[in-house]
Design a protein around this ligand. Structure first.
Ligand SMILES: Nc1ccn([C@@H]2O[C@H](COP(=O)(O)OP(=O)(O)OP(=O)(O)O)[C@@H](O)[C@H]2O)c(=O)n1
Ligand SMILES: C[C@](O)(CO)[C@H](O)COP(=O)(O)O
Length: 225
């Protein structure tokens, strides 16, 4: 089964504090976004990449794509105020694709195996995510005090890619826009429709590069090979 990939890449990297889009930061001398694109470059099932970017940053992305010889067809969409808006704008460019995968540009250590597993589960159930069991105890805190310890055995840390039948994802985004719902991932929009979302195993290596410490971790992962 082939798919169209949407990569939201229009963030500001506020938590990184680098003063620029963190996807331009080098990891082992190569821009973060190139590491991510290189994985999908090797996936023959990936028909097209839709890159949602800030308009003023598109020339930078185009320069990196040329410099690092990314050959896969890339279509640009304009990023939005929120990640959800960026994905929505990417969806508008998806044409007649049957299956869509949405993957954070900030997750460079995804593997073909997990991509294929997410896609297969999306074909089976209409929507899918990859996730890993939470390792820390999670507590709900209010005003500096613990109000609840959440049972850890049922908690999963959700990653990307997330996979969807095009019609499922489109319906979910349109409904979210209609009611003004803002989710932190795309699967939550499908859940609000009451539709099933399958879960497959992700990887603890599939980190989202978010804060400066993640750059150190990312360099170590690359050094490890
Ligand atoms: N309005 C936005 C916000 C985020 N993203 C993208 O969504 C992915 C996950 O977002 P996150 O890790 O939060 O990136 P930033 O929004 O840049 O980080 P921050 O919240 O620290 O500013 C990233 O690839 C980011 O570029 C996007 O396309 N459009
Ligand atoms: C989609 C995601 O990566 C799943 O964990 C996460 O919700 C993105 O959150 P962010 O604040 O936009 O980085």
């Amino acid at each position: 089964m082939r798919y169209t990939l949407i990569i939201p890449a229009a963030g500001q990297g506020k938590r990184m504090g680098a003063g620029l889009n963190k996807l331009f930061l080098p990891i082992a001398s190569v821009p973060l976004i190139i590491h991510t694109l290189r994985v999908f470059e090797k996936d023959e099932a990936c028909e097209q990449i839709i890159l949602a970017v800030n308009a003023d940053e598109q020339p930078v992305f185009e320069r990196f794509i040329k410099q690092y010889d990314i050959k896969k067809q890339i279509v640009f969409a304009i990023g939005g105020q929120e990640r959800q808006d960026s994905v929505y704008n990417g969806l508008l460019q998806a044409g007649k694709a049957s299956y869509i995968l949405v993957h954070d540009g900030a997750r460079p250590f995804i593997t073909i195996e997990i991509i294929q597993s997410v896609l297969a589960e999306a074909v089976r159930k209409g929507a899918s995510i990859c996730a890993v069991p939470v390792k820390d105890t999670i507590k709900r805190v209010e005003d500096g005090s613990v109000v609840e310890t959440v049972e850890r055995s049922k908690l999963w840390a959700v990653q990307t890619p997330q996979g969807f039948h095009l019609s499922t994802l489109s319906e979910a985004h349109e409904e979210a826009r209609k009611i003004g719902y803002l989710g932190t991932d795309d699967a939550s929009l499908v859940e609000r429709l009451g539709k099933a979302v399958g879960v497959v195993s992700g990887s603890y290596f599939n980190i989202k590069v978010t804060t400066p410490d993640d750059l150190v971790v990312a360099e170590s992962f690359l050094a490890r090979g």
